[in-house]
Design a protein around this ligand. Sequence first.
Ligand code: MLT
Length: 212
Amino acid sequence: MTNETPFVYRFVPAEGAGAPPLLLLHGTGGDENDLLDLGRMLSPDSALLSPRGRVLENGMPRFFRRLAEGVFDEDDVRRRAVELADFVDATRRRLGIGAPVAVGYSNGANIAAATMLLRPGTFSGAALLRAMVPLSDPPPAQLGGMPVLIASGQMDPIVPSSNSAKLAEMLLDAGADVTYRTLPVGHQLSQADLVLTREWLERVKKRTLQSA
Ligand code: MLT
């Protein structure tokens, strides 16, 4: 599919050269404005692309349907991941930007993980903050050393640590370069996430510059 899907989104142009664009993916009930400040703090030079999830759950935007807390409608996950990949591809072409590093929180991290497994090549890297396994039986993906950060919360009541560990294993098996960290926090984002993600992103940028 080549047509750009009608996501509502914000785009903030890059403030400098050499930093990858960030694709910011909010959690349940968030919107396209939610993670812009975080994106700026993570990478001051990057272009920021921030879509709003197109599924509504009791009025709250999400990136795919769920049947209950932590129980996903996997047909919808598959459909919405492809839709997001199409949006990213078409918007990149139109704006003339490179493959973004996805920065997803909670539901946004889950759609990012699903998109990587279903459409590898959409992102150049991904920071998955409080992510879960999005698909019970994903197709085999080749992620070719793509850098991935998974930051889970030790006291997270929504994502059991066994689940985020399974996601880390799944992405490792698919060939991603996975950094998996458990922070002493709950489901909410914390200062520790900011520091960890910023440092990880710096390493990714250095590696990209060295191999350029
Ligand atoms: C999800 O539904 O994607 C996860 O349970 C996280 C959430 O959005 O609460």
